[in-house]
Ligand binder design. Structure first.
Ligand SMILES: [Zn+2]
Length: 435
């Protein structure tokens, strides 16, 4: 199909009166309508702005089941008193519904890919295979939850390798698989190194939390002669493969240099970091060093939404207000982090930009809304996209060429059923946990 839009955000910039050719799961010609090659199939005038779908680089989406729980508690009390008691009682079926609702929420907001760190990886992969989104599933390893089924014991590595064999490239290439040690402070450096070796063997992305809060690694540092977590992980070879570090807030210059030299990518989660009072990641310094940075919502229980447009706006606002520099992060840099930059950070190739041969993951924004008026230049339109609240303006979404959100309605998920399931299951978990 050939889509005609008023504007197309192509890899080369904004094109007025542009077309996007969708050929199966990939894009064909993208560019001006005038001088375009013959269309690959039927032509449709959709109007509005067509741009790449957003990439949520760090999420725990089944936490939709715990949304809003334990609000206003500090991180460790929130985890130990509210989150883990409920998560510890989750079943695979709960996780399937939690992911299904989360996937619908993201698709409706124009988020076409998410990189998930969670247990119950089969349920999540199955849910996203059905919802039609793109998924980087990184099965979690942590010490505190579901130790019988998913614990940090020796069987977990084999189970992750098997999962990789079943799901890597599945659902028409929409699903890829990584490995996710929760963190060095939870698992220890050696266990992280073992999982990093597994990720390298599988040629998969290694996804871990890194220095989210100031004191989380105090015990780890104390037991390693005061050495910093980033240096410990680097020296243990954890950064030797493809690595995605979530948060990366409490890093000094040496840490940032190590990440840059090792090619470690960062998932920046400004809303979660602000809500939990964790701190401010040094994003501008990361960009200067050439570190690949994506944007993540983190779990919906600490955000409390999966709407990545909030990060698109708040990442540059936070970078600017903390550096007192209105040039700290530009609107187009923020958009790149949420699209092609995020895709690169989570290890996906040819995803996140509208260009020939790239994945046909695109969204349509309605421009006939008050907050998009006036638009007197392409730069102004880009500014509106970042600053003027656009998730409400997403009307249509295609993933791998499939039209999954049509006129504001998600076509692949039974949303009333999903809402009812999460309401009932969330209530059950709260009651069972007694929180
Ligand atoms: Zn997280």
């Amino acid at each position: 199909v050939r889509l005609h839009a008023d504007w197309v955000l192509s890899a080369d910039g904004l094109v007025n009166r542009g077309v996007v050719d969708v050929v199966g799961p990939r894009l064909g010609y993208v560019g001006p309508a005038q001088g375009a090659p013959p269309p690959p199939g039927p032509e449709r005038v959709v109007g509005g702005l067509l741009m790449p779908g957003l990439v949520n680089a760090h999420a725990h989406s089944p936490m939709t089941l715990m949304r809003g729980a334990g609000d206003d508690l500090p991180l460790m009390r929130w985890l130990t008193e509210v989150m883990w008691p409920r998560e510890g009682r989750m079943t695979a079926e709960d996780a399937w519904w939690g992911m299904t609702l989360g996937s619908a929420e993201m698709l409706l907001a124009g988020v076409t890919t998410s990189c998930e760190m969670y247990l119950f990886e089969d349920a999540l992969a199955d849910a996203v295979a059905a919802s039609g989104a793109r998924l980087v599933m990184t099965p979690g390893v942590l010490s505190v939850l579901h130790a019988d089924a998913f614990g940090a014991g020796s069987g977990r590595l084999g189970a992750i390798a098997e999962f990789h064999g079943r799901w890597q490239g599945a659902a028409g290439g929409r699903i890829s698989v990584g490995v996710a040690p929760h963190s060095a402070y939870d698992l220890g450096v050696e266990r992280c190194a073992e999982l990093a070796a597994l990720a390298r063997d599988l040629d998969a992305v290694l996804h871990l939390h890194l220095c989210e809060t100031a004191d989380e690694d105090a015990a780890l540092r104390a037991s390693h002669g005061g050495r910093r977590t980033t240096a410990l992980l680097h020296d243990a070879g954890v950064f030797d493969g493809r690595v995605l570090a979530a948060h990366a807030v409490w890093l000094d210059d040496t840490d940032l240099d190590l990440l840059a030299a090792s090619g470690v990518a960062v998932a920046h989660c400004p809303v979660s970091n602000m809500k939990l009072g964790s701190g401010v990641a040094r994003v501008a310094d990361m960009v200067t060093r050439g570190i690949a940075v994506g944007l993540g919502t983190d779990g919906p229980a600490s955000n409390d939404t999966l709407d990545l447009w909030e990060e698109v706006k708040l990442a540059p606002l936070l970078a600017r207000v903390t550096s007192l520099d209105p040039l700290a992060l530009s609107a187009s840099e923020a958009l790149t982090m949420a699209t092609a930059g995020g895709a690169r950070a989570v290890g996906l190739e040819r995803v996140g930009a509208l260009a020939e041969g790239w994945a046909a993951d695109l969204i349509r924004l309605d421009l006939d809304r008050p907050s998009f008026i006036p638009t007197t230049s392409p730069d102004e339109l880009l500014a509106h996209v970042v600053w003027a609240g656009p998730s409400r303006l997403v009307t249509d979404v295609w993933v791998a060429g499939d039209h999954v959100v049509v006129d504001g309605q998600v076509a692949t998920v039974d949303l009333p059923r999903a809402r009812a399931e999460i309401q009932q299951r969330g209530q059950r978990l709260a009651a069972e946990a007694g929180t």
